[in-house]
Design a binder for this molecule. Structure first.
Ligand code: S3P
Length: 166
């Protein structure tokens, strides 16, 4: 059975895409990102899907994207920051080498700021970040085989820490 060699989860701004691409390069395998898969399949941006169809519809599309990627991708896979909110999506990750890239709230605010392209941070980033992490921290931990802190580390250092952790 084919399956991803590494699955990265973690909040927006934790560096999943940058670190995922670095890891894919180092391992000589392809990189895939479920946000990009959704944008390609839908032919529109994520913010547009959130605003037009709502978050529940986005989570459905995300579940389908994770299901396809888990079944058909043998490289490094990065999931959108909220993918772990959906119980069926979490179940798809069972038994996979999932790494949680963690990030402190203050660092998250610094990295992402007021972000119109990220609908979940478009109003009051500090408060939204705190609420978001309070709701999600335990879910990231639940699905992950290893946790790698990304604060004060370069993407190269994070990539190395991921390889060391697995
Ligand atoms: C989201 C994270 C985003 C994207 C969407 C929702 C979230 O992905 O899937 O805006 O709920 O945290 P990134 O973590 O890749 O930014």
């Amino acid at each position: 059975m084919s399956a991803p060699v590494i699955v990265l989860v973690g909040p927006m701004g934790s560096g999943k895409s940058t670190v995922g691409e670095l890891l894919a390069q180092r391992l000589g395998v392809p990189y895939r990102d479920t946000d990009a898969d959704i944008v390609a399949a839908e032919g529109r941006e994520i913010a547009d899907i959130f605003v037009t169809d709502g978050e529940p519809r986005f989570r459905e599309l995300e579940r389908a994207a994770v299901r396809d990627a888990v079944a058909g991708h043998t490289g490094v896979l990065a999931l959108g920051g909220g993918a772990i909110l959906d119980e069926s999506t979490r179940a798809l990750l069972d038994g996979l080498p999932v790494v949680y890239l963690s990030l402190e709230v203050e660092e998250a605010v610094r990295r992402t700021g007021l972000n119109q392209a990220r609908p979940l941070l478009a109003v009051n980033p500090r408060r939204q970040w705190r609420e978001l992490m309070d709701a999600r921290r335990h879910l990231y931990t639940e699905v992950a085989r290893a946790v790698v802190a990304t604060d004060e580390r370069t993407p190269e250092e994070v990539a190395q820490a991921v390889l060391d952790a697995l």
